[in-house]
Design a protein. Sequence first.
Length: 189
Amino acid sequence: MVCCEHTLEFGEMGLYSPPIRLSMKRHPSDFQKDVARFLSGYISREWETGTAKDGANGRETPAYDAARIESSLCLPDVPQQETANDCGFFILAQILLLLQLSPEGLRTLAAAPVDLVMQLPWPSQKDVTRRKVKLREALEALFQAADDVADNDVDTLLKQSPELRAQVQAALWDGPQFAEALRRVSAAA
């Protein structure tokens, strides 16, 4: 089942022919399953390395189940980037959302079914574009403050100026809406 299709244009419109068509499906493709399998193998190897160290300390550690990643791979319907150059900003936006969760909230999200994950307020392209502007403005303010006081220590700059600290914080955090939405949605499930 295809949930959406996109055409990926590199450079100017029509510069490359034929355009690459991307289909987003609810279930992983064979390639995505392969990536999950390779990632599982890597994590399994890291687990074994860590387990060997624990074993030297006399602690018993269970074997890593490499099928965990493959079996839990899902592609929920959440907003996707619409430009070719915003992937890092999408990742940052999602990391910032996850950082506001408590450890229990993060465990809840990790165990949540796809239909619950789809109900959460994930950042849209518009949200990411807005975040980029706020980050750029905060960075410009940091550079300006550093020039003004001839000090490039960000910690010092933020301690000296509550206004600058508030601007940088506003660029990184929009409030607890995501954590609250996760609590509401998981309580209703």
